[in-house]
Design a protein around this ligand. Structure first.
Ligand code: ATR
Length: 280
């Protein structure tokens, strides 16, 4: 019997994680199976308990269960504790361990895949919800010159910045407070585009050679990346690389080996029919 893993979410039918982990398993020769499981909105804990009872070894967790997975974890990694959210669970010796690989996935995509080192850079993170919280600590660990967090609800951005103030030069505020500032990297961690909104951002945000990064991905450029191009971002990248890299980080936690990500990312891009756009 292969070791069993699954991703839990609601909805989950669109998830690419089973295909990604199947590709990792095939490439590394690891004997495992990985499936997508729909959990009822009020049934996450029960679904996890049932999976553990059936011999599950670990799970990924996606929207809307990352905070609940955090609460369910009996042991937390430092990065998950700081994020207040868990996307990777490991079940071992009767214990549920929680980690968060989203930030590491983002950093690896930026630094390795996009050759965009973060040390000394001025970074702007848009959003202060779960997606943003998951990446603040790993971003600060790279030693940027500064990290600004801006959010529609400015207080949430201020709180998030204050919670990580011991880790680097980080501040939070409103979109309007960004006027007059410019950045080397602007990351969209809001879900504004899902409701068809654009963010009310001031002009001049992008420094020379700046990269715009959207944690979202889809067919063609996302609304944020379309806007960024017209607003002067020299480079644009979507979040497909982050998706594959956070999966690789979870695979490493579970299996003790890091799978190659480039072939899987190429395959997913081909399926989506989009190419990363390194220059304008
Ligand atoms: P996720 O897990 O995707 O981060 P979330 O925790 O609900 O989901 O957070 C959504 C983020 O997108 C928040 O930063 C939210 O801003 P608020 O904190 O002000 O709600 C942001 N967001 C969602 N819709 C938005 C919109 N129409 N305009 C601007 N920001 C939006």
């Amino acid at each position: 019997m292969p070791d069993r893993y699954a991703v839990f979410g609601n909805p989950i039918a669109h998830s690419r994680s089973p295909a990604i982990h199947a590709a990792f398993a095939a490439a590394t020769g690891e004997d495992l199976c990985y499936e997508a499981r729909l959990a009822a909105v009020d049934g996450f804990a029960a679904a996890i308990a049932e999976f553990i009872a059936a011999g599950g070894c670990g799970a990924n967790v996606t929207v809307p269960f990352k905070e609940e997975a955090f609460r369910l974890s009996q042991r937390l990694s430092e990065r998950a504790a700081r994020a207040g959210a868990v996307n990777t669970l490991t079940f071992s010796k009767g214990e549920i361990a929680g980690d968060n690989t989203d930030g590491a996935g983002l950093v690896r995509d930026l630094v390795d895949n996009l050759a965009f080192p973060l040390a000394g850079r001025r970074i702007l993170l848009l959003g202060a919800g779960g997606a943003a919280r998951g990446v603040v600590v790993p971003l600060l660990a790279e030693g940027p010159a500064s990290l600004d967090i801006a959010n529609r609800s400015a207080d949430k951005a201020r709180q998030l910045a204050a919670a990580c103030a011991d880790l680097g030069c980080v501040q939070g505020g409103s979109f309007g407070e960004l006027a007059g500032k410019s950045f080397d990297l602007v990351i969209n961690a809001t879900s504004a585009s899902l409701v068809g909104d654009t963010l009310p951002l001031p002009a001049g945000l992008f420094a020379a050679k700046a990269l715009a990064y959207d944690m979202m991905y889809g067919q063609g450029a996302t609304p944020f990346l379309q806007w960024a191009k017209t607003a002067g971002a020299a480079r644009q990248a979507d979040g497909l690389g982050m998706l594959v890299e956070q999966a690789a980080e979870a695979f490493l936690l579970w299996r003790g080996r890091r799978p190659a990500t480039a072939p899987v990312l190429r395959q997913l891009r081909a399926e989506l029919g989009v190419s990363r756009q390194p220059t304008a």
